[in-house]
Design a protein around this ligand. Structure first.
Ligand code: SF4
Length: 413
């Protein structure tokens, strides 16, 4: 129990887990299955999403990354699970319906390979001996050999290699034992393996699964000076060149008296973290390019409004959008209109000319969206506001909504 407390507590700083989209069916009367929702979620007080069994194999570490609670120079209680203990905990928690999967990360015991080998053994035992079909997310340890990473992919639903710092310079500064290439190399390897197995399964559906929920990574933000432009530029590379499924942003929690880092007591940048998640959402689902949201003149996202509204206020010349004729892609860019609502609008207008009341029934945030829309048969509600005046008006009228956005829960558009 004491081990569990120490190693679950240490794991909360790693946000790089959430539901994956893998489907692992229960076969031959095995235990559990992994549906589209993957691992189950809980929200910590500071808004982070954690799984119910999210643990470290150990918080011993031979490395000394300044931003990490498990670093070797930190004076904390240390513990380590055995392979069997993690397997037993997972199975027992699963059977009691406490969890739907396992998120397993680790400090580095001795060498990356020594640690990775244990992570792989846990996943292998769960799958082959316990016939566990629930969701497994394993941390791929930077610097571990390709053979071990490959084996991990055969048993885990998702693998993540944490980049930790948005740039090579900050990694050098805060994690001198680490090397940017040790992170990029396994990501590149995983990209190729995932694509290869995907192709193979198209031809032979019985070919083994390989990390079916893909790979993800995590970046610590606010520990070093990078702007949102730097961070989203890196994110763009992860999505476009390495086919990552998710990038997670973790606001730095000041835990060290270290003159390379923000002082202890500096607030965790939770709102900035939320804005980055919103921007990330726009990149993945709304067709935005990262440099539409941030640029050299404005390298950081606004904190008081979400990035889509920020973009629209800078492009008022494109609005109002005629809701009855505009392309889906432009409708998706209207503040207050979500991805699914945009699709509903395009579907519904095939049958009738849409009016404001129809949109309200679709559940869009009409109070905000109204300034950016026009209707063929009705007058446009848009007045000639300046971006500043419009922003003030929207903020004033949507106070409660923004209060939610500034709270610990994510509110997306
Ligand atoms: S290698 Fe990982 S666990 Fe070890 S100090 Fe660095 S971030 Fe922490």
């Amino acid at each position: 129990m004491a081990k569990l407390q120490i190693l679950a507590d240490a794991a909360k700083y790693d946000v790089s887990c959430s539901s994956g989209q893998s489907k692992r069916a229960n076969k031959d009367k095995g235990l559990g299955d992994s549906k589209g929702y993957g691992i189950c979620h809980a929200f910590t007080e500071d808004g982070r999403c954690v799984s119910l069994l999210k643990i470290l194999l150990t918080n011993h570490c031979v490395f000394d990354c300044a931003y990490c609670v498990s670093r070797k120079s930190n004076d904390v209680k240390r513990a380590a699970f055995t392979v069997e203990e993690v397997v037993d905990l997972t199975i027992n928690f699963y059977r009691r319906n406490y969890i739907e999967g396992l998120f397993l990360s680790s400090g580095i015991f001795d060498s990356p390979d020594y640690t990775m080998e244990r992570l792989v053994r846990i996943a292998k035992k769960l799958r082959l001996e316990q016939r566990f079909n629930g969701y497994i997310h394993l941390k791929a340890i930077p610097g571990a050999s390709e053979e071990l990473i490959k084996e991990a992919g055969l048993y885990a639903d998702r693998l993540s290699v944490n980049v930790e710092m948005p740039t090579e310079q900050s990694l050098k500064l805060l994690a001198p034992d680490k090397n940017h290439q040790d992170v990029i190399r396994p990501m590149t390897y995983l990209k190729t393996e995932i694509a290869g197995h995907h192709q193979e399964r198209k031809q032979n559906p019985k070919a083994p699964l390989f990390a079916p929920a893909g790979q993800s990574t995590q970046m610590v933000i606010g520990a070093t000076k990078e702007t949102d432009l730097d961070i989203l530029g890196m994110t763009h590379q992860f999505y476009s060149q390495l086919n990552l499924k998710r990038v997670y942003y973790s606001g730095y929690v000041p835990i060290s008296q270290d003159n390379r880092l923000p002082a202890v007591g500096t607030p965790v940048p939770i709102i900035r973290e939320n804005r980055l998640y919103q921007a990330d959402w726009l990149l993945r689902y709304y067709g935005f390019a990262f440099n539409e949201l941030v640029g050299s003149e404005q390298p950081n996202l606004a904190l008081d409004i979400d990035p889509k509204l920020g973009w629209a206020l800078q492009h008022l010349d494109l609005f109002p959008v005629d809701i009855n004729t505009a392309d889906l892609e432009l409708i998706k860019r209207i503040p207050g209109v979500g991805f699914q609502s945009a699709q509903k609008i395009v579907e519904a207008r095939r049958f009738r000319k849409l009016q404001p009341e129809h949109l309200k029934q679709m559940g869009i945030a009409y109070n905000r969206a109204q300034y950016f829309m026009a209707f063929t048969t009705a007058f446009s509600l848009r007045k000639e506001y300046t971006p500043f005046a419009l922003k003030q008006l929207i903020l004033a009228r949507q106070k409660s909504k923004y209060a939610r956005t500034f709270s610990t829960q994510l509110s997306l558009f």
